[in-house]
Design a protein around this ligand. Structure first.
Ligand SMILES: NC(=O)c1ccc[n+]([C@@H]2O[C@H](COP(=O)([O-])OP(=O)(O)OC[C@H]3O[C@@H](n4cnc5c(N)ncnc54)[C@H](OP(=O)(O)O)[C@@H]3O)[C@@H](O)[C@H]2O)c1
Length: 272
């Protein structure tokens, strides 16, 4: 599997997404993922599963230093007076004294960006996050954030074969960040796409694997599919070793790139 070196921290290109998994299901999923070889787990304060993710990490026997762990600060806690406490609560729930990556979960225009980023950087300076970054920041917003903190490591956004991210990817590559693709299967919609299915059938693999291989074959792109079954988690991990041909890639490149599955009222202007 590809790993990206971000300020001396190694980030595996494929991780396990945990949104919408709670309680025993979340714990089992993370334990199983670690047992079969995942070394990158994505959670967030808002997911309500950090305690289970932490319990799974502890039970797995995998050394903490071998796992790339991401969490996020929810948008109502990005003010400087609140952000540090949110990070501390996440660490307590996760049972660890640092995360590998701490993200601002969504832009919040009500709080000055500089203040949010300073508070985020202070968590890193305190040794509680090895890397910091943002999520759901379109290209121009990321550019503004990089003016303030040039060494942000990651922007986590929706990205898959039915949604383009060209301006953001150009900036990410130019500035040495990584794009983490969330909802990399378009929340399951891509598995029904005819082109994806045809390629999968011809290659003797599953459609999810084709969708993930399209992402993971791109420079500076990582992906965090969520899978609640053992078989899906294994299939997705195997996709990290699948290479598509130029022709297969071209067919996926040619799909319409306008299907956004996550678009809440508080979301930014995606064209910025
Ligand atoms: N930063 C943000 O604002 C943000 C927003 C959304 C998501 N995320 C992160 O991104 C992660 C992934 O996104 P997502 O959960 O929205 O959607 P997703 O990963 O695109 O899709 C998940 C769906 O695909 C199915 N699936 C997974 N692997 C499969 C396989 N090999 N074969 C067939 N079906 C498969 C899952 O089914 P089963 O569960 O039944 O296996 C589930 O229904 C989240 O868990 C979260 O960590 C972040």
């Amino acid at each position: 599997m590809t790993h990206y070196d971000l300020h001396d921290v190694s980030m595996p290109a494929l991780g396990l997404g945990t949104w919408q998994m709670r309680g025993a299901e979340a714990r089992r999923a993370v334990e199983h993922a670690l047992a079969i070889g995942y070394r990158h787990v994505d959670t967030a304060a808002m997911y309500g599963n950090e305690a289970e993710v932490g319990a799974a990490l502890a039970a797995s026997g995998v050394p903490r230093a071998d796992v790339f762990l991401t969490t996020k600060v929810w948008r109502d806690r990005v003010a400087p007076s609140k952000l540090g406490a949110s990070a501390d609560e996440s660490l307590r729930a996760l049972g660890t004294d640092y995360v590998d990556l701490l993200l601002l979960h969504w832009p919040n225009p009500e709080i000055e960006l500089e203040a949010q980023l300073e508070a985020l950087a202070a968590v890193r300076e305190a040794g509680k996050a090895r890397l910091i970054g943002v999520s759901n920041y379109p290209a121009e917003m990321l550019r503004d954030a990089l003016e303030l903190v040039p060494d942000l490591a990651v922007d986590q956004v929706e990205y898959h074969a039915a949604l383009g991210q060209e301006p953001l990817l150009d900036l990410i590559r130019e500035r040495g960040l990584v794009l983490t693709a969330y909802s990399p299967l378009a929340q399951g919609e891509l598995l029904r796409n005819e082109t994806v299915r045809e390629i999968a059938e011809a290659r003797g693999v599953g459609p999810a694997q084709v969708a993930l291989a399209w992402l993971l074959g791109q420079d500076r792109v990582t992906a965090i599919p969520k899978a609640s079954s053992d078989a899906h988690r294994q299939a997705n991990l195997d996709a990290a070793e699948l290479s598509l041909t130029d022709d297969e890639r071209a067919r996926l490149d040619a799909l319409p790139k306008d299907r956004r599955t996550i678009d809440p009222a508080w979301g930014p202007d995606w064209n910025r």
